[in-house]
Design a protein around this ligand. Structure first.
Ligand code: SF4
Length: 103
């Protein structure tokens, strides 16, 4: 298998994961269940939240960290990997947040 074919297969897998995630539903609360103290993030060298959040809730724009909780999958990864303890994490209030659909 050529590296190009391998790359295409990986792209197909990624698209499939995106397809699967789009089947989920969100009942988003207006109150964020995750709060990020971005003042602690400015000198964070690797910003693992950007790399590891499966939902892409953390993004960098001109080296500034932006966070949006609306598409959160409630996996808890960001809380675990943050080296600056900048994240206050809770589950959404009962009945809110992601509703997983497996079919
Ligand atoms: S809990 Fe998981 S999905 Fe939600 S913001 Fe953190 S890493 Fe992303």
């Amino acid at each position: 298998m050529s590296s190009r074919e391998s790359g295409n297969q990986q792209l197909l897998k990624i698209q499939r994961i995106d397809d699967l995630l789009q089947r989920n539903l969100w009942d988003v609360d207006h109150r964020p269940h995750i709060v990020v103290d971005t003042s602690r993030c400015t000198d964070c060298e690797y910003k693992p939240c950007v790399l590891l959040c499966p939902a892409g809730c953390y993004t960098l724009v001109d080296s500034k960290l932006l966070f949006s909780y609306e598409g959160c999958l409630e996996c808890g990864t960001c809380r675990t990997v943050c080296p600056r303890e900048a994240i206050t994490w809770n589950y959404p209030v009962s009945g809110r947040g992601v509703l997983y659909r497996f079919s």
